[in-house]
Design a protein around this ligand. Structure first.
Ligand code: SAM
Ligand code: DTB
Ligand code: SF4
Length: 333
C-alpha cells in the first residue's frame, strides 16, 4: 500500500481494523508512514495564548471557559495588542514556530475582526506562523483574517457525531463543519482534531478519525487532546485515558493523515515522560510548548527539553520545509 497518498474514502470498519490491531503492528505501520512522508523526522512546536478568556456562552462539557459551569475562572476582556506581541516574542525565543491565539467565544463578532486581524499581522511580522481559534465564523470574516496573514484556523470536531450531542448542546456538528468550510474556502489551512478521555467509547474515537478523514483535503494539522479534567465541569472527575489507548489514536492518526501534522496537544501535564515518548514514537510529530495551554498548565521548557533529550530529538535550523520554514527539531530515532 502506498504511504504517500492521503485517502478520503476510508470506511469506519477499515479504521476500526487499523485502530484495534495489536499495538506493535499498529505502531510499526505508523512508523513506516512517518518515515515515508516525514523523512527527516521533524517535530513542530506550537505555542498557545488565550487572548480572550472565560465567560463563554457555549456549554462544552469539558471546558473551563464555559459560563454554564462554576470552574472558578475569571472572565477577562480581549488582551491588548502589545501583550499579545510580547507573548509571541517569548514563544519564538522558546523555539515555537507557530503561535495560536484562542478566544472563549461562541463566534467571532464583526466588531472584533479588526482587533484580531491586527494581532495576526503583528504575530506574522515576528516571523511566526499564525493560528487562531475563535469559535464560529460568519461569511467574509475568514477572508479578512487571511488577508491579515492567518495561516491556520483551529476548530475541533472533538468526538464522533454520535457522542458529540452528550458533550455540547448549544451548537451542532454541522455548525462546526460549516465554519471549517468557510475557513477552507478563504484559503486558510485547517487545524481540526478532538479530545480523548471524555467518557466516549473506542468507537467514538474511531468515528472522530473517520469524520476527519472525509475532510478534503485533510486538515493540515490534527490536534489530539487528552482531556484535562476541569473541576466544576461535567467531566471534572474523569479518570485519565490510558497511554496505550492514546498511542493507538496517535498511530491511527499518522496512518490516516499521512501528510498532516499530528499534534500531541492538551494533556501532556498529566502524562509520564514514557507515555509522551510513546505517543511521539507512535506517530505524533508536533507538540504545544510553553508552560500554559489556554487556561491550564503545560510542562514548559525544561521538562520539554528533558523529554526531547530522552527520546533523542535535537533542535536544528531547517530550510524549505514542506509545511513550515522555521526552527524545528530532528528526530534521530
Ligand atoms: N471557543 C473556541 C472553540 O471552541 O472552538 C476556541 C477555544 S476552545 C478552548 C479550543 C479547543 O480546546 C476545544 O475545541 C477543545 O477541543 C479544546 N479543549 C478545551 N478544553 C479542553 C480540556 N479541558 N481538555 C482538552 N481539550 C480541551
Ligand atoms: C486544541 O486542539 N487544543 C488547544 C488548541 N487546540 C486551541 C486547546 C487546549 C486547551 C486545554 C485546556 C485549557 O488550557 O483551557
Ligand atoms: Fe466556549 Fe470554546 Fe470552551 Fe466551548 S470549548 S465553552 S466554545 S471556549
Amino acid at each position: 500500500m502506498p504511504f504517500d497518498s492521503p485517502r478520503h474514502d476510508w470506511s469506519k470498519a477499515e479504521i476500526e481494523d487499523l485502530y484495534t490491531q495489536p499495538l506493535d503492528a499498529l505502531v510499526g505501520r505508523a512508523l513506516e508512514v512517518k518515515r515515508a512522508n516525514w523523512a527527516d523526522g521533524k517535530l513542530q512546536k506550537s505555542q498557545l495564548l488565550s487572548i480572550k478568556t472565560g465567560g463563554c456562552p457555549e456549554d462544552c462539557g469539558y471546558c473551563s471557559q464555559s459560563a454554564h459551569f462554576d470552574t472558578g475562572l475569571d472572565a477577562e476582556k480581549l488582551m491588548p495588542l502589545d501583550e499579545v506581541v510580547a507573548a509571541a516574542k517569548r514563544a519564538k525565543a522558546n523555539g515555537a514556530d507557530r503561535f495560536c491565539m484562542g478566544a472563549g467565544w461562541r463566534s467571532l463578532k464583526d466588531r472584533d475582526v479588526p482587533k484580531v486581524a491586527a494581532m495576526i499581522s503583528a504575530v506574522k511580522a515576528e516571523g511566526l506562523e499564525t493560528c487562531v481559534t475563535l469559535g464560529m465564523l460568519e461569511e467574509g470574516q475568514a477572508e479578512t483574517l487571511k488577508e491579515a496573514g492567518l495561516d491556520y484556523y483551529n476548530h475541533n470536531l472533538d468526538t464522533s457525531p454520535e457522542y458529540y450531542t452528550t458533550v455540547v448542546t448549544t451548537r451542532t456538528y454541522a455548525d462546526r463543519l460549516d465554519t471549517l468550510g468557510k475557513a477552507r474556502r478563504a484559503g486558510v489551512k485547517l487545524c481540526v482534531g478532538g479530545i480523548l478521555g471524555m467518557g466516549e467509547g473506542r468507537s467514538d474515537r474511531i468515528g472522530l478519525i473517520h469524520e476527519l478523514s472525509k475532510l478534503t483535503p485533510h486538515p493540515e494539522s490534527v490536534p489530539i487532546n487528552m482531556l484535562v479534567p476541569i473541576k466544576g465541569t461535567p467531566r471534572g472527575e474523569r479518570p485519565a485515558i490510558s497511554g496505550p489507548e492514546m498511542a493507538r489514536a496517535s498511530a491511527a492518526g499518522r496512518i490516516v493523515f499521512p501528510k498532516s501534522w499530528v499534534r500531541l496537544s492538551a494533556g501532556r501535564e498529566g502524562m509520564s515522560e514514557g507515555e509522551q515518548a510513546l505517543l511521539l514514537l507512535a506517530g505524533a510529530n508536533s507538540i504545544f510548548v510553553g508552560d500554559r495551554l489556554l487556561t491550564t498548565d503545560n510542562p514548559g521548557e525544561d521538562r520539554d527539553q528533558a523529554l526531547l533529550d530522552a527520546v533523542g530529538f535535537e533542535a536544528v535550523e531547517h530550510e524549505a520545509m514542506p509545511n513550515t520554514d522555521k526552527t524545528t527539531l530532528i528526530n534521530h530515532l
